[in-house]
Design a protein. Structure first.
Length: 498
């Protein structure tokens, strides 16, 4: 065989479809789905789930804090019977998709059945992937986008055809209509190609994919521009709350916890394989991880923003683990099970609510799903004693969403409004602010800026010493009278981003 034939044979082998070990990978995904379903409705709605559903009921190409995709999906899910369960099923489906794509990425990286199973298991047992899928929202849908993008780019680089890049463009466009942080993912892909795969950039494929992603994102970009780029203002607010770049840098070690402490070794193996090992052809994936960490840290992002890129480290690490397994074939299953147990305790609502309080420092999400029926009952009791048609102004979207979805206030003629984020764009209620029931994390000095007479009716309380955001911030119910203007005059000052 001459050199030309040998080269053609090598290229053909590289382009062969990697064999996906469907049975073990799907088995891992099935176990993850079953475990999730067992606890899917153990606790109630999360404040963000209320917000996604209500936002979806106000269709637009964008909102001050997110693009439109997840709110639209949340609206559809909430229209199905079963209360919060359909939303949780959507979240579980996203997590199962990430598990399967983790196995697929290991196959693209050259891994066999064992590597694919380890990669799928690592995704299923990672604290970040488990905790995000406890509720439906942009974190879990964003993870699916990142996982799909890694697989699409790996496949396109293997096939080296123009059409192979188009799925990456579609995935990027969908991701941009779901979460603005996907810009960083696409930046990481571009850097990875520029540094290590310039040959790909000499073909039209990546450029067509990029153009397709940008084209799909145009409606949201136009919306943002027409509304004065509120997403940038929102990003600045979130960065300030994190403490800016220094605060983000201080919290960066939490990324190891989000990976799952037992899985850190697998991540290290992944970095070694992608950076200096036989998998260096896939250094572009390492570039995405590095780009995400650097950009999100400099931007004061939250620790979990770069976490979806862990899937590449899991996949590459699994390939190396397969190659060096030797006699210790039971080690990685044990590591995955241990990580899964930690993830379940931290991320799942498996403990009694009172015991779950102790874990709020690690994961406050679970406790934000507790106590909403009690909150609604307390507010509606107070509203029943007010004049008919009294508006209810809440301090945040979680409180407003709970009253709208779980309560009867609006049906009884009490409009529910809030000045937070996109709620503010939907405007104040009709009528006069002569008498308003203000509910939530307000303070007396704040309310006195808008009403001369402010009377605290009662504090918000929770059973069994449960602590959530409302309790921590001393939320209460206030009767407010004698406004300092009309709703139109008060509303600009009642708006707030956080």
């Amino acid at each position: 065989m001459n050199k030309t034939d040998e080269l053609a044979t090598t290229v053909d082998a590289a382009r062969q479809q990697p064999k996906l070990a469907w049975r073990p990978v799907l088995a891992v995904a099935a176990v993850a789905v079953v475990v999730h379903l067992v606890v899917a409705t153990r606790y109630g709605w999360h404040r963000d789930e209320f917000y996604y559903v209500i936002t979806g009921r106000h269709p637009a190409w964008g909102y001050v804090d997110q693009p439109p995709l997840t709110p639209l999906l949340a609206r559809w899910a909430a229209a199905l019977p079963g209360g919060v369960l359909p939303l949780r099923v959507f979240a579980i489906a996203c997590q199962a998709g990430c598990v399967v794509l983790g196995g697929k990425l290991a196959a693209e990286f050259g891994g066999g059945a064992r590597a694919q199973t380890i990669a799928a298991g690592a995704v299923a047992a990672s604290v970040e992937f488990v905790a995000a899928s406890v509720l439906f929202g942009t974190p879990v849908t964003d993870q699916l986008v990142w996982a799909a993008m890694f697989v699409a780019v790996a496949r396109a680089l293997r096939l080296r055809t123009t059409t192979a890049w188009l799925p990456a463009g579609v995935i990027g466009g969908i991701g941009l209509e779901n979460k603005d942080t996907v810009v960083v993912l696409l930046l990481g892909v571009a850097i990875g190609l520029l540094v290590w795969h310039r040959d790909a950039l000499r073909t039209p494929g990546p450029w067509l994919a990029g153009a397709l992603a940008v084209l799909m994102a145009v409606p949201n970009v136009v919306w943002d521009a027409r509304h004065g780029w509120p997403n940038l203002a929102m990003a600045q607010v979130l960065s300030d709350r994190t403490g800016g770049p220094l605060g983000s840098l201080a919290k960066l070690p939490l990324l190891l916890l989000l990976a799952g402490p037992p899985l850190v070794v697998l991540c290290v193996l992944g970095v070694r394989r992608l950076g200096w090992g036989p998998g260096h052809d896939h250094r572009w994936a390492l570039a995405i991880m590095a780009t995400a960490v650097v950009v999100f840290t400099l931007g004061g992002g939250k620790p979990y923003y770069p976490a979806p890129a862990l899937i590449a480290l899991f996949a590459a690490g699994a390939v190396r683990a397969e190659m060096t397994a030797g006699r210790r074939r039971l080690r990685w299953p044990a590591v995955i099970v241990l990580s899964g147990l930690i993830a379940v305790v931290i991320g799942y609502p498996v403990l009694p609510a009172r015991a779950q309080n102790a874990l709020r420092a690690l994961n406050p999400t679970v406790m934000e799903t507790v106590g909403w029926p009690e909150f609604v009952a307390q507010v509606e009791t107070a509203a029943a004693r007010m004049p008919p048609g009294t508006a209810i102004l809440t301090s945040n979207y979680g409180e407003a969403g709970a009253l709208t979805i779980l309560g009867r206030s609006e049906g009884l003629g009490n409009p529910v409004v809030s000045g937070q984020n996109s709620y503010a764009d939907w405007g104040p209620p009709s009528g006069s602010p002569e008498t308003v029931l203000c509910v939530g994390e307000f303070t007396l000095p704040y309310l006195h800026r808008f009403w001369s007479e402010v009377h605290e009716i009662r504090p918000i309380t929770m059973p069994d010493h449960i602590r959530n955001q409302e309790i921590d911030q001393h939320a209460a119910i206030y009767e407010c009278r004698q406004p300092h203007g009309t709703w139109a005059q008060l509303w600009p000052s009642l708006r707030h981003y956080d």
